[in-house]
Design a protein around this ligand. Structure first.
Ligand SMILES: [Zn+2]
Length: 392
């Protein structure tokens, strides 16, 4: 780094001249606050930097800049305004950002990075424009999620990945990015997709019981077997989180799913309620709607499967909802939990007892799986025509 004048020497104002004023003019030009054409004397000769003038134009630009940044609007370039001029000129991607404890990188590019990381659900600390340890940790975490070397430095490779993602998924969680990337890499074909099916409960845990002893664990096990067959027929590789006689907890189920590198996880449950009137199907995906963060693919799949289940099985529509339950939160792939009806509701229980309705539930899930992997341009309402561009 070039030698800098001690900061107390900075006090430039209207009427001053010299190379420092030229530097200030240059910085204001970079920020778009002064025109790019260099100042000229009458007659057209460019003014040399030694004679650069702090004129009314510079004064106005400095006041405007100070106002923008919440500084005292006095038109004077003191140490504080000078520091801000230096920080403001950096655009994300202009330079490599790294954590140097003794000389921390400061600038608007850092603030911009911190905001983006926050938007994507990481925790870079305060948006203060200082590349400190917490920001470096958040960058490492981002890199780990993207399969990059987690060195905590924002170099060109990490920058490119960040740019690509933050354009598409602002407002998502780390989750969302991983999913978007996985979707991109996995493409629209179902062949080669990996789906984890998670039949709730198991072993000694029956889950909800109907009045006549129908158990949630047994019913979701039956549905799981059917779904496994249906998905396998579509070319999907499936894994189950439990055997008939085991009952791993939610953390173990999530860990298992993560190990498979699955594209999607479907957790199957039934519900019960003290009020026998309550019935219907509901679906849950990872997220927190109040904070504007959720798994995009999870929400999309939950919506699709919800619609299909209601239409095909005649179950009431209790809609899809964002939740941050352990299983939804701890899985790296989009995970949707389906509550396929209330065993405490006579109507729902009667439907679930029917093998035909259970087969329809499986078909509903399979259709939703197919739809979620279709590229958006093919996801048009049935009956819509696509004319080739040449004919349109
Ligand atoms: Zn359950």
């Amino acid at each position: 780094m070039s030698q800098q004048r001690p900061s107390h020497a900075y006090h430039w104002k209207l009427g001053d001249t010299g190379p420092a004023v030229a530097e200030i003019r240059f910085k204001l030009t970079l920020l778009g606050l002064l025109p790019e054409t260099p100042p000229t004397r009458p007659g057209g000769r460019v003014i040399p930097s030694a004679e650069a003038l702090f004129d009314v134009e510079v004064d106005a630009a400095i006041r405007h800049f100070q106002q923008q940044r919440g500084l005292t609007t006095d038109g004077i370039v003191g140490p504080e305004t000078y520091r801000h001029l230096n920080e403001a000129r950096w655009r994300l991607g202009d330079r490599v950002l790294t954590y140097i404890p003794s000389n921390m990188v400061v600038g608007d590019d850092v603030a911009h990075l911190q905001q983006r990381l926050l938007d994507m659900g990481f925790t870079p600390g305060r948006v203060d424009g200082i590349y400190g340890a917490v920001t470096a940790q958040a960058v490492s975490e981002f890199q780990r999620n993207m399969g990059l070397h987690p060195d905590g430095t924002l170099g060109p490779t990490t920058f490119v990945v960040l740019e690509r993602l933050s354009r598409t998924v602002v407002g998502g969680a780390p989750h969302v990015m991983r999913e978007t990337e996985m979707l991109r890499h996995s493409g629209p074909a179902l062949s080669g997709k990996v789906i984890v099916i998670d039949p709730g409960h198991g072993a000694d845990d029956h889950g909800v019981l109907s009045a006549d002893g129908l158990s949630e664990a047994a019913l979701v096990w039956d549905i799981t077997g059917r779904l496994e067959g249906r998905l396998t027929a579509l070319g999907v590789r499936t894994y189950l989180t439990r055997t008939l006689d085991s009952d791993p907890d939610e953390t173990e189920r999530a860990r298992f799913a993560n190990q498979t590198g699955a594209d999607l996880m479907i957790s199957l449950h039934l519900e019960g309620h003290a009020n026998p009137e309550i019935g219907g199907v509901a679906s849950y995906y990872f997220g927190d709607e109040s904070r504007g963060r959720w798994s995009h693919t999870g929400k999309q799949f939950a919506g699709l499967v919800q619609r299909e289940l209601v239409a095909r099985c005649g179950l009431g529509d209790l809609r899809s909802h964002a939740r941050s339950w352990t299983l939804l939160r701890s899985t790296r792939m989009p995970c949707v939990r389906l509550e396929l009806g209330y065993l405490t509701n006579a109507d729902d229980a009667a439907r679930l007892r029917s093998p035909e309705i259970r087969a329809q539930a499986v078909e509903a899930i399979a259709v939703a799986v197919q739809r979620v992997y279709l590229p958006p341009e093919d996801d048009s309402p049935t009956g819509m025509l696509h004319l080739p561009h040449a004919l349109a």
